[in-house]
Design a protein around this ligand. Structure first.
Ligand code: ADP
Ligand code: MG
Ligand code: MG
Length: 210
């Protein structure tokens, strides 16, 4: 039941940068089907810059690391995803400006991130956006933490729920963002932001399991 600290946050951003870089083409391909094809490039560029900023800083709380990521993503990632992820990381940072985070703290952090995304983008669950990955993730984290699971197991439950949530966007009609311009033609495609959200949460869970 090891608590999560700044070293975890640093490792999370390292693994997150790796995965969005590796999956850059896949993510942009998802975005090419229902958007403008830049989601992978946007995130690969943003996380590379964020990871550099983290490595160059001496941030020694989870919140300190996440805040640096937030400000870097906001200034380097354009489009919809930059402000959305930036706000998510900023809200998460505000509730994690402590040295160690337990499982309940993990749920609080993820819930704050989702609130930030919703405050910024005004999407509801089922609108075929990243909210459809984050909503089940937060719910799963709430259940795992209430059941007494470790922070790592709580993040794993959240990441797995996010992956299922991302997959479940495929039959949906997009109601927010660029994909909504396609209307019914967005059906049959996975939302790129939901997919990247699941990948980021998986990186967070893997970092916690190390
Ligand atoms: P852009 O659409 O500006 O090119 P990206 O391609 O980087 O930006 O990101 C697209 C993703 O952003 C979508 O797949 C979706 O998950 C997310 N998104 C777009 N609009 C919203 C919104 N209003 N609320 C939540 N998520 C959104
Ligand atoms: Mg795009
Ligand atoms: Mg774009």
């Amino acid at each position: 039941t090891a608590q999560l600290n700044a070293a975890w946050a640093r490792r999370f951003i390292d693994l997150a940068t790796d995965v969005v870089t590796t999956k850059r083409v896949d993510l942009s391909e998802l975005d090419r089907a229902i958007g403008d094809g830049d989601h992978g490039e946007n995130l690969a560029r943003g996380f590379a810059a964020a990871n550099r900023a983290v490595q160059e800083s001496e941030a020694d709380t989870v919140g300190g690391v996440l805040k640096l990521v937030a400000t870097t993503l906001m200034s380097t990632v354009g489009g919809a995803a930059g402000p959305l992820y930036g706000t998510a990381f900023l809200r998460a940072a505000k509730v994690s400006n402590v040295e160690a985070i337990d499982a309940v703290g993990v749920h609080t952090l993820l819930d704050a991130a989702l609130e930030g995304i919703v405050a910024r983008g005004k999407a509801n669950a089922g609108d075929k956006t990243m909210v459809d990955a984050w909503t089940p993730a937060v719910e799963a984290a709430g259940e795992a933490s209430a059941a007494g699971e470790s922070p790592a197991a709580t993040l794993r439950a959240a990441a797995d729920a996010a992956a299922r949530g991302a997959e479940a966007t495929e039959p949906l009609v997009a109601l927010k963002g660029r994909a909504s311009y396609l209307g019914e033609r967005s059906v049959g495609h996975r939302d790129p932001g939901a997919e990247s959200s699941a990948l980021l949460l998986d990186a967070a869970a893997r970092a916690a399991a190390e």
